[in-house]
Design a binder for this molecule. Structure first.
Ligand code: HEM
Length: 494
């Protein structure tokens, strides 16, 4: 007997040379049910049979409400450039410092077993197991998002998910919902572009998307955006390629990731940041905290910070993918949120869904638990497997030496204002998607137009909705709107 109660139980530590029940009793026949005579009926007292079926009946947990389909891998993050003037984050303290990480790439809309070749954003979530707790950078492959207020997120996901009646994803529902939301145009300029179907998970960018705040030792705050760039470049699948790849293997992305790590061809990304002085946030024609905007790289250049290498495959898909839980609220000293409203909503939503999906003790699961020492009095509940041997489980106490951690800086800016329910002032929905479209070569523009014509040709898309989209794209770029209208045989209204 190796471990005492309360320790994590790797099956190999307990492996018995013979079959047993879950409670450890020997099983002398795992082939046949216990019956009256040779032909049955079966006796309910066959506890082993009942236990085996009952466990099987409960093997699945609820899949993630979004990002259900994913693949994960482990590795390390290494600082390559000094950013200690910007942040006191311990894991970024000096070049050469390495931190273990786990990454989960995902598609967004469809189910746990859906094809990995669909036009869909890709999740790009990284958990850094730092010495000062975990830091989760829960991003996507695109640097912007569809909406800027979390109030709209459930409706948005309902529109993108399959029709509740037929369980088929339908363009008319998507184009109807987003026709009310021109802030989505920039995101659609990524989704309907070639990058809308990445070649696999190794050849795509990643982005923290939101504006976060870095805080240095003196408490000085700097706005920051995080960007991952794959060293092997960004590659995509065009429509006919996606059909072939997906038709042959609906798990091609998972397989590519697993096989390349197994072959020693370790995927690598460089981490860059863009930084902005919060004092300058009013200087631009867009709101820097607006998640539908990028910060122009000529004004805010990409600054290198480090590299991430994935050099270890997971050992168990259920433990290290299904039970893996990321949350944008999980930060470390030296990194803070911004007032971006979408980020603020996410701070609530992830741990909430994980308490439902995995149970209240999901942060005790080895893949989610911090690797550094940790202590508090939040305990017990369903499936607690922390064996505590302290007598003092309240705070403060003169018997318990545990004290507060040293204070670390948080933003010192003053927050005031009336209660409001409103949209932001500088919406500026059309400029950046228009610039993006104009930056492409003609053949790339042509594919973009083709995809829009195709989507808007759905017979259930009404004239009104078609007109709205043509007007939106015309406001981004006159010739783009004109091309879509001409192909659809519609007269542009502006
Ligand atoms: C208010 C807006 C949003 C809400 C309410 C929301 C909510 C959720 C929820 C409930 C999950 C499932 C988590 C789980 O079961 O473990 C999830 C997963 C995820 N979300 Fe969001 N989300 C929002 C916006 C975003 C944005 C803007 C991004 C990208 C920056 C993003 C990236 C992800 C990723 C990558 C995952 C999968 C994490 C994993 O691999 O386990 N989400 N989101």
């Amino acid at each position: 007997m190796r471990a005492s109660g309360g320790e994590y139980r790797p099956s190999s530590n307990y492996n018995s040379p013979f079959w047993t029940t879950n409670s450890g009793a020997p099983v002398w026949n795992n082939n046949s049910s216990l019956t009256v005579g040779i032909r049955g009926p079966i006796l309910l007292e066959d506890y082993h049979l009942v236990e085996k079926l009952a466990q099987f009946d409960r093997e699945r947990i609820p899949e993630r409400v979004v990002h259900a389909r994913g693949a994960s891998a482990k590795g390390f993050f290494e600082v390559t450039h000094d950013v200690s003037h910007l942040t006191c984050a311990d894991f970024l303290r000096a070049p050469g410092v390495q931190t273990p990480i786990i990454v989960r790439f995902s598609t967004v809309i469809h189910e746990r077993g859906s094809p990995e070749t669909l036009r869909d954003p890709r999740g790009f979530a990284v958990k850094f197991y730092t010495r000062e707790g975990n830091f989760d950078l829960v991003g996507n492959n695109f640097p912007v998002f569809f909406i800027r207020d979390g109030m709209k997120f459930p409706d948005m996901v309902h529109a993108l998910k399959p029709n509740p009646k037929s369980h088929i994803q339908e363009n008319w529902r998507i184009l109807d919902f987003f026709s009310h939301h021109p802030e989505s145009l920039h995101m659609f300029s990524f989704l309907f572009d070639d990058v809308g179907v990445p070649l696999n998970y190794r050849h795509m960018d990643g982005s923290g998307v939101h504006t976060f705040t870095l805080l240095n030792r003196e408490g000085k705050a700097t706005y920051v955006k995080f960007h991952w760039r794959p060293t092997s470049g960004v590659k995509c699948l065009l429509e006919d390629e996606a059909v072939t790849v997906g038709g042959n293997n609906h798990s091609h992305g998972t397989q590519d990731l697993y096989d390349s790590i197994a072959a020693g061809n370790y995927p690598e990304w460089k981490l860059f940041i863009q930084t902005m002085d919060p004092e300058h946030e009013d200087r631009f024609d867009f709101d820097p905290l607006d998640v539908t905007k990028t910060w122009p790289e000529d004004i805010f250049p990409l600054q290198p910070v480090g590299r991430m290498v994935l050099n270890k495959n997971i050992d168990n898909f259920f433990n290290e993918n299904e039970q893996l839980a990321f949350c944008p609220a999980i930060i470390v000293p030296g990194i803070y949120y911004s007032d971006d409203k979408l980020l603020q909503t996410r701070i609530f939503s992830y741990s909430d869904t994980q308490r439902h999906r995995l149970g209240p003790n999901y942060l005790m699961l080895p893949v989610n638990a911090p690797k550094c020492a940790h202590h508090n009095n939040h305990h017990d509940g369903f499936m607690n497997f922390m064996h505590r041997d302290e007598e003092v489980n309240y705070f403060p106490s003169r018997y318990d030496p545990v004290r507060h951690a040293e204070r670390f800086p948080i933003p010192s800016s003053v927050v005031t204002g009336r209660r409001e329910k409103s949209i932001i002032d500088k919406e500026n929905n059309f400029k950046q998607p228009g610039e993006r479209y104009r930056s492409w070569a003609p053949d790339r523009q042509e594919r973009f137009v083709h995809r829009w014509v195709d989507a808007l040709s759905d017979p259930r898309v009404t004239h009104e909705i078609r007109d709205i989209w043509i007007s939106y794209w015309s406001q981004c770029d006159k010739s783009l709107g004109h091309k879509i209208a001409t192909r659809l045989n519609v007269k542009p209204t502006m």
